[in-house]
Design a protein around this ligand. Structure first.
Ligand code: CTP
Ligand code: MG
Length: 240
């Protein structure tokens, strides 16, 4: 079960890659969709493997694709592939379960952030190593953000519309990316406590009262979610 990468590395990277990619439209699981002729997961794993801190990579693949993903990644890097679960959190838990006890730092990194540079992996890992129990990469929010609610009273002859309830102070908001880094015991405890559904891993440890520290994110760590993101990612390939 050991698939060691950099012998001096002290970090395991868990790669949830078991999602359906519904927002990307038809074409199969997102991690296996092609970008410049290669699956997103290959782009992602190649960059993770290039980070010298990484001792181990565990990929949570769509259950029906475990063997295919193993074969796909064999020439890219030494990885462990496990079947993912119904929710992202289940996929992360399945990957965490196979990390050997002597690995003290665990990063969780979406396969969908396929162009994330190795330097960002290193900077998150370094912040955890320096004593931060939980670390997230963040970017400032560029759009103005408004809180909205349904217009009252709803007019039966019209489609429902929203009205603005207020404008949020953007200066205190951040967009959150992956990799998110954790002391292993902190992430394991958050998963064991079953703290409800969260859209990221830091949300879970945050709920448990653990301080979460921010480091600067990267535009290259964008999440490929909708069809236009694939076009943007293809253009970004030329600057990476
Ligand atoms: N993921 C996973 N297991 C799931 C759901 C998501 O491992 N049950 C992974 C995805 O493969 C992706 C990452 O979590 O790498 C972020 O999720 P998201 O961008 O939402 O991907 P999908 O769930 O595949 O896309 P969609 O929500 O559009 O279906
Ligand atoms: Mg999803």
């Amino acid at each position: 079960m050991t698939a060691q990468l950099h012998a001096r590395g002290d970090v395991a990277v868990l790669v949830p890659a078991a999602g359906a990619g519904l927002r990307l439209g038809p074409g199969g699981p997102k991690a296996l969709r092609l970008l410049a002729g290669e699956p997103l997961l290959v782009h992602a794993v190649r960059r993770i493997a290039a980070a010298p801190s990484v001792r181990l990579i565990v990929v949570a693949a769509p259950a029906a694709e475990v063997d295919a993903v193993r074969a796909l990644l064999a020439p890219v890097a030494a990885v462990i592939v496990v079947p993912g679960g119904a929710e992202r959190q289940d996929s992360v838990a399945a990957a965490l379960a196979v990390v050997p006890a002597d690995v003290g730092i665990v990063l969780v990194h979406d396969a969908a952030r396929a162009l994330t540079p190795p330097e960002l992996i290193e900077s998150v890992a370094a912040a955890v190593r320096s004593g931060r129990p939980a670390v997230i990469p963040v970017l400032p929010v560029v759009d103005t953000i408004k809180e909205v609610g349904p217009a009252e009273p709803a007019r039966p002859d019209h489609a429902p519309v929203d009205v603005v309830l207020g404008t949020v102070d953007r200066s205190v908001l951040r967009s959150v990316q992956t990799p998110q880094g954790f002391r292993r015991d902190v992430l394991a405890a958050a998963h064991a406590s079953g703290l409800g559904a969260h859209t990221d891993d830091a949300g879970m440890v945050e709920k448990a009262g653990v301080p979460v520290t921010c480091v600067p994110g990267s535009e290259l760590a964008m999440k490929i979610t909708r069809p236009l993101d694939l076009v943007i990612a293809e253009a970004l390939l030329h600057v990476t």
